[in-house]
Design a protein around this ligand. Structure first.
Ligand SMILES: C[S@@+](CC[C@H](N)C(=O)[O-])C[C@H]1O[C@@H](n2cnc3c(N)ncnc32)[C@H](O)[C@@H]1O
Length: 374
């Protein structure tokens, strides 16, 4: 018997994306897709509402890194910001309504990028990444003459974390709208729903329903099952979305970073390191917190492909877009090694992945052409 569940829908979405992307793909498998080209163009080929998490790291325009394509290409801030705005609109279109987005940026550009998000997204957090150096790898920070600084040494980066907003409804959220619309279609009042589900609010006596519909609280799975039953029993509607298609995932606990200041080590220099490579444990943290198993995670400035590897390690699907052929080959090699390794041994552990992926990086880039290291 075929089981119909949200995983089936994710598989269908991923197949649709693969069919829709007209460029020759660099790599594709059941769970991974790598495209080479300009994101601004390629994003247009991704169907609406198919991606659950966008986790991406565009060129910063402020770090003056000539070895990162488009980091120094924009003649002015406003041209750079127009370019980012064209991406923001595409990100909103392809993201599922209960999806999430994390965008890395420099502290200098964060506020200006933030303002471009305002109409399309609700900004949830400005995360500060405190870029710790591993002991013994203090790099420039320790060596430089502190007396020559004319401003505070920039030792952090920003990550904008947001969810899609809806027209005329800037601070409201998807699930609240869906619950309200369906309750009204079913001819139930909030009081009726409260009574049927038995979820009387402890404080305001208006019942949990009013808090759900205001977007203040989310129903848990058990409560959502009761809501769906109540709606479907009226026979006024014949389906409700899966929980995973309604509620934006956000799973944190006290064991890992849960504030908006994150401490993760920067990636230590190694031969063939991407000049802006992000730590895989930090990417994993974003993916684990903000997506469900089997969800589709997109990185449209994929660089070394660490987002793709982190996604697969956590049982998600992944799309990588990268403009530079050398880097798409690195991503392809990393993914091939990872997927073969998984198939052969059925395990994914970070140490093995890092060992395998560093070998892949070395073999994909001729070392004399390798980008300058930090
Ligand atoms: C800041 S780096 C990302 C590094 C990545 N987070 C990692 O961990 O390796 C930005 C990447 O975007 C790529 N890029 C620049 N412009 C692009 C565009 N228009 N479309 C796709 N990729 C682009 C660059 O080649 C570079 O690899």
């Amino acid at each position: 018997m075929n089981e119909w569940n949200y995983q089936t829908l994710r598989r269908q979405d991923f197949e649709r994306i693969k069919e829709n992307t007209a460029v020759p793909t660099i790599y594709q498998s059941d769970n991974a897709l790598v495209l080479q080209g300009d994101s601004v163009e390629l994003l247009k080929q991704i169907p609406d509402n198919t991606v659950s998490l966008i986790l991406t790291d565009p060129p910063y325009h402020t770090t003056k890194k000539k070895n990162i394509t488009n980091d120094t290409a924009f003649e002015s801030d406003s041209i750079f910001l127009d370019w980012i705005f064209s991406l923001v609109k595409e990100w909103k279109r392809i993201l599922k309504p209960n999806g999430s987005i994390y965008v890395f940026c420099s502290s200098k550009m964060a506020n200006r990028i933030d303002s471009l998000f305002m109409e399309q997204f609700n900004i949830l957090s400005h995360i500060v990444w405190n870029k710790l150096n591993e002991p013994g790898f203090d790099g420039w920070k320790q060596k430089m003459r502190k007396e020559s600084l004319r401003q505070w040494y920039a030792h952090s980066e920003r990550i904008i974390f947001a969810e899609p907003a809806f027209e005329g409804n800037l601070f409201n959220v998807w699930y609240a709208n869906v619950l309200r619309e369906n309750r009204i279609k079913c001819g139930l009042s909030m009081k009726d729903l409260t009574e049927i589900t038995g979820d009387y609010g402890a404080v305001n006596h208006g019942g949990a329903a009013s808090n759900w519909e205001a977007g203040r609280n989310i129903p848990n799975r058990e409560q959502y099952a009761k809501i769906c039953k109540a709606f479907l029993d009226t026979k006024c509607i014949d389906s409700m979305p899966f929980y995973e298609d309604l509620i934006r995932p956000f799973e944190v606990n006290g064991e890992s970073e849960f504030t908006d200041v994150w401490n993760f080590y920067s990636v230590r220099p190694y031969n063939g390191k991407h000049p802006a490579e992000k730590p895989i444990d930090m990417l994993e943290h974003c993916i684990r917190s903000s997506s469900y198993q089997d969800d589709i995670v997109l990185d449209c400035f994929a660089g070394s492909g660490s987002t793709a590897i982190a996604s697969l390690m956590l049982g998600r699907r992944t799309i990588s877009i990268e403009i530079e052929e050398d880097w798409t080959n690195v991503i392809k090699n990393r993914l091939e090694k990872f997927e073969q390794h998984e198939i052969e041994e059925g395990i994914a552990n970070t140490k093995n992945v890092m060992r395998l992926t560093k070998t892949a990086v070395k073999s994909a880039i001729k070392l004399e052409n390798a980008p300058t290291l930090f």
